[in-house]
Design a protein around this ligand. Structure first.
Ligand code: AMP
Length: 614
């Protein structure tokens, strides 16, 4: 095998609606076309009865005839549970697999979303092999910035099922930045990447420093895109044509027509919808204007506003969005004039429209692939964690180890101990999210580290989080006494993400910031109370009558105040903190007496012990 064969790496944009493959050829990134000259491969797979699966355009053509066996938007199912996708408007059936993750159900067969994505990837691989006349074994695949570990792993698995080694999972907005050639901007440039595709919305703010890209903030909505506009237009068409009780097949035809109308209305003012033989031999027709489309789309597209403002706030750009050096557009839906107007309004400047928005991500993936196989000069890309990562600690609190927007690859750790005596191990719940209480965050995985039981605070467990350049997380827990390691591999089945979007997670954390913080302060204060009350019992047992009456009374009343505050309804964190402080002060003489007693005992032991020389 020649070196060029082993070194070839392609870049793939595995999109919700369309997918593309590219490569760097003679120093330039190019997209590869299939035998019909098409570069955009519809991300659709159809399963005709008794025949081989169809992929791309032929599959899409089957959608209106065979909606139940034609799979589109499968990216939305990747690494997710049925409950998390129940409000998706899917024309096909899904069920819960044996491990709880969504499976597509076709007649009597069941497919994992990654198995269907693998068919799309296989087609892209074949297209690339035919165009390049050499085998393709390695790929860079892009994913939305908000994909969690499970979704990234599922994408990687899809690649492997297609016979590809996935050498890098790259965030889509980061890839787009490369395609727009942002590395040619001046030092300290700041850019927004606005990516609205068929199924996902991402906004990323990048900064270029000393020739290095850094993603300083990301935000978005994993369930917002052109598909939603299609459905809004479908409702409008249903109303205009006074249709009711549509069959699955009719809905699919009308949805396809809605998409065509929407795309045409990006350049035309009006579009005539024609539905030949729609109801028996009756054909239907109606006119729809850009104005009508925009009125139907506005409430959906308004949902881009909040993530943009949050990303700007996270990047500390706030009200100064117009100071951004550029705003670039990515994703087919940014061809809509309404979207472009909204972007200009939100960012206070006209967006850069020099690239095809639906090809930018694939071109960027090709450039990154070119960098990895040495066909392009090195450009270092840095990504960030979209949400904080941490573990649950005593009292049900979230302990953040890698904060949100940490540049990856990243590694961080902390030392933990046993909060209670005689514990036989420590449960490590790996969490992702922005809420103060562990229960409100998403559980990514769980494992237990056993250690020798001992007094409170005797165990020493180091927990380390490491995210590689693909955004994949490895959690290592080490018992520092025995140096024994436990490593959590976060596979798809270990991912236990709740039915919430990342977008919802961030807005909930803002919404509940006050009550969350109060609960954290309350929980911390309560743990402190419990610790002090237990210590007090022990001190009393040790000291017996040694404490003067007056101090006994002060301690007793401070103790009573703490117990009272603990039982106050609703919980009053400030009151408990104050009571804790008073008890702390009241028990100071006790502590001094304990120390005195311990020293006296130690001295006595020394006097009676045999001397070393004797
Ligand atoms: P992508 O995920 O980037 O492939 O984008 C696909 C989405 O872009 C789909 O919802 C398409 O309907 C939409 N799209 C493609 N071309 C246009 C266009 N000319 N006007 C409006 N939307 C478009």
């Amino acid at each position: 095998m020649s070196e060029s064969e082993t070194e070839l790496i392609v870049g793939i944009d595995l999109g919700t609606t369309n997918s593309l493959v590219g490569v760097v050829d003679s120093g330039f990134p190019i997209l590869l076309a299939d035998e019909s000259g098409r570069r955009l491969l519809p991300s659709a797979v159809s399963f005709p009865e008794g025949g081989e699966p169809l992929v791309g355009e032929p599959a899409l053509r089957n959608r209106s005839l065979l909606p139940k066996t034609t799979i589109t938007s499968v990216k939305r199912l990747m690494g997710r549970r049925p409950a998390e996708v129940e409000n998706e408007d899917l024309s096909y059936e899904i069920r819960s697999g044996s491990d709880g993750f969504a499976e597509v159900s076709i007649q009597d067969q069941f497919f994992r979303p990654e198995e269907i994505s693998a068919l799309i990837l296989k087609r892209l691989k074949a297209t690339a092999e035919a165009a390049l006349e050499e085998p393709v074994k390695k790929a860079v695949i892009t994913v939305p910035a908000y994909f969690n570990d499970g979704q990234r792993n599922a994408t990687k698995r899809a690649g492997e099922l297609a016979g590809l080694e996935v050498v890098r999972i790259l965030n889509e907005p980061t890839a787009a930045a490369l395609a727009y050639g942002l590395d040619k901007l001046g030092e300290q440039s700041r850019v927004a990447v606005f990516d609205l595709g068929g199924g996902t919305f991402d906004i990323s703010l990048l900064e270029l420093r000393e020739g290095v890209f850094e993603v300083v903030a990301t935000n978005g909505d994993t369930r917002l895109g052109g598909d939603d506009v299609d459905r809004a237009l479908l409702s409008l068409l249903t109303e205009k044509l006074s249709l009711s009780d549509l069959s699955g097949e009719q809905s699919a035809t009308l949805l396809e027509m809605a998409r065509r109308a929407k795309e045409a209305l990006s350049t035309e003012e009006t579009f005539t919808v024609q539905l030949p033989f729609f109801q028996g031999d009756q054909s239907l027709t109606c006119e729809v204007s850009r104005d009508e489309l925009e009125r139907a789309a506005q409430p959906i597209l308004d949902r881009v506003r909040k993530p943009c403002l949050r990303a700007l706030a996270d990047a500390k750009i706030g009200d100064a969005a117009e100071q951004l050096d550029q705003v670039i557009l990515v994703g087919g839906s940014t061809r809509m004039p309404l979207v472009r107007r909204m972007v200009a309004e939100i960012f206070g400047q006209e967006p850069n429209t020099t690239q095809h928005p639906d090809e930018a991500v694939a071109l960027g993936a090709a450039i990154q692939a070119g960098v990895l196989c040495g066909r392009v000069r090195q450009v270092v890309l840095l990504d960030v964690t979209p949400l904080s990562l941490g573990i649950e600690t005593y009292g049900g609190l979230m302990n953040v180890i890698l904060p949100r927007n940490t540049t990856i690859p990243a590694k961080a750790g902390e030392l933990f101990t046993n909060p209670v005596a005689n514990q036989e191990g420590m449960s490590i719940r790996v969490l992702q999210g922005e809420r103060e209480m562990a229960r409100d965050n998403w559980e990514l995985g769980y494992f237990t580290l056993a250690f020798e039981p001992g007094p409170k605070g005797s165990a020493r467990v180091g927990v380390q989080f490491e995210i590689d350049e693909n955004g994949i997380l490895k959690v290592l827990a080490r018992d520092t006494k025995t140096n024994q390691d436990t490593v959590l591999k976060i596979e798809n089945s270990a991912v236990d993400v709740e039915d919430e979007q990342v977008e919802a997670m961030i807005s909930e954390s803002v919404e509940h910031a006050f009550s969350d913080m109060n609960e954290r302060i309350w929980t911390e204060a309560k743990m402190k109370s419990e610790e002090m009350l237990a210590a007090l019992d022990m001190a009393r047992a040790a000291l017996g009558e040694a404490l003067p009456e007056e101090e006994k009374a002060t301690v007793l009343s401070a103790e009573k105040a703490v117990r009272e505050a603990l039982n106050t309804e609703p919980p009053d964190a400030q009151k408990l903190k104050q009571a804790n402080q008073q008890l702390d002060e009241a028990t100071e003489p006790l502590a001094a007496l304990l120390v005195e007693k311990a020293m006296a005992q130690a001295l006595e032991a020394q006097m009676t012990a045999p001397s070393a020389e004797s």
